[in-house]
Design a protein around this ligand. Structure first.
Ligand code: CA
Length: 339
């Protein structure tokens, strides 16, 4: 449109801009018009263009200089973007040498009190149990074994995958956003995405797999003996071992595990006993007798042994069940007199 602008019309346009007390941006525009003008008019007007351009520029400068100073622009405080929270660094799982363990001189004994009872799948041969991120997870054995996300109130699996026929499921641990499931004699652990149950990895180990938990740094695994093996959670490499002892010496058949307030709790296979272990020394510091927890009158089919400890750390709830048990119990400990 400007290219078709006659000379006089353009000059009028410039003057109008000047007369309207234009500011600096308009000054630049006017100068631009002057600069461009010679290319857009007939050659016979060229000398007029030069002179007019110079005069216009001077006028514009005068106008700009005598124009009131522009109102200062208020600087609006803008909200400082919140720095994205950085992930809390996970302490490393450092290698250590097992120190000479001596049996404890005494062990505190506990019984229990039932706070709540929930349905549990009587066909679930419970081998691993945990409560993490407000979800109950379970690993079952026998064939086919399974990995489950379980609705606490109904006991119904909300999500379930079966293992391939040759694998016998065992302990289960939640490490960050991954579930790690042991197998009994297959000597492999499966790593899953905790949401999708997609299998992400497979780790091999050299012992049987029984129970597994973690202390925030290392995975802690039982293998049916009195030994707990500490493993790097990123590689599954063994970094150290402890031998669990009570007053009578090494405690064999440590099974399902749970890390609770700085202690490792372990089911003792084929008993109604759970021991509380100091993971720094391997010494048993407490022993809980769950005899009578499962009422035989509630059974519709034969049940197996006590196995399965899950701790809801956020709410301080402690859940206990067993293999093929129809009930999952929320319990609290009752110290026995004299212990
Ligand atoms: Ca557990």
């Amino acid at each position: 449109m400007f290219l078709m602008c006659p000379w006089k019309k353009c000059l009028v346009t410039i003057r109008r801009k000047i007369n309207s007390r234009i500011g600096i941006p308009r000054l630049r525009e006017a100068i631009l018009l002057v600069k461009l003008h010679p290319m857009k008019i007939k050659i016979s007007y060229a000398h007029k263009t030069v002179w007019t351009g110079l005069v216009t520029a001077v006028l514009v400068l005068i106008t700009a200089c005598t124009s009131p100073a522009p109102e200062p622009v208020a600087i609006v405080e803008t909200a400082t973007p919140t720095t994205a929270p950085t992930a809390t660094a996970v302490p490393s799982c450092d290698p250590f040498e097992e120190t000479a363990v001596t049996p404890p001189s005494s062990v505190s004994n506990y019984s229990y009190q039932i706070l709540n009872s929930y349905p549990h799948d009587p066909n679930a041969f419970t081998q691993g149990l945990l409560f993490g991120d407000d979800v109950l997870y379970e690993s079952t054995g026998r064939y086919p074994s399974s990995l489950r996300r379980v609705d606490l109130a109904s006991g119904e699996p909300q999500q379930l995958i079966n293992l391939e026929d040759q694998y016998f499921g065992e302990g289960l641990v939640l490490w960050q956003d991954k579930l790690i499931q042991l197998t009994w004699q297959n000597r492999v652990a499966f790593v899953y995405d905790k949401e999708s149950f997609e299998q992400l990895d497979t780790w091999e180990y050299e012992t049987e797999g029984w129970g597994i938990t973690h202390n925030g740094r290392c995975l802690i695994m039982s293998d049916g003996s009195a030994t707990l093996t500490f493993r790097d959670p990123e590689t599954f490499a063994a970094v150290g071992r402890i031998t669990v002892q009570d007053q009578n010496g090494p405690v064999q058949r440590l099974n399902e595990l749970e890390y609770i307030n700085g202690e490792v709790w372990a089911n003792i296979w084929q008993t109604n006993r759970i021991v509380r272990i100091d993971p720094a020394t391997g010494q048993v510091v407490g022993s809980i007798d769950f005899t009578g927890l499962l009422d035989p009158a509630t059974l519709t089919q034969p049940a197996d042994v006590l196995n399965g400890i899950a701790y809801d750390e956020m709410n301080g709830r402690l859940f206990i069940t067993g293999k093929l048990w129809p009930t999952l119990f929320e319990i609290e400990l009752v110290p026995e007199e004299g212990s």
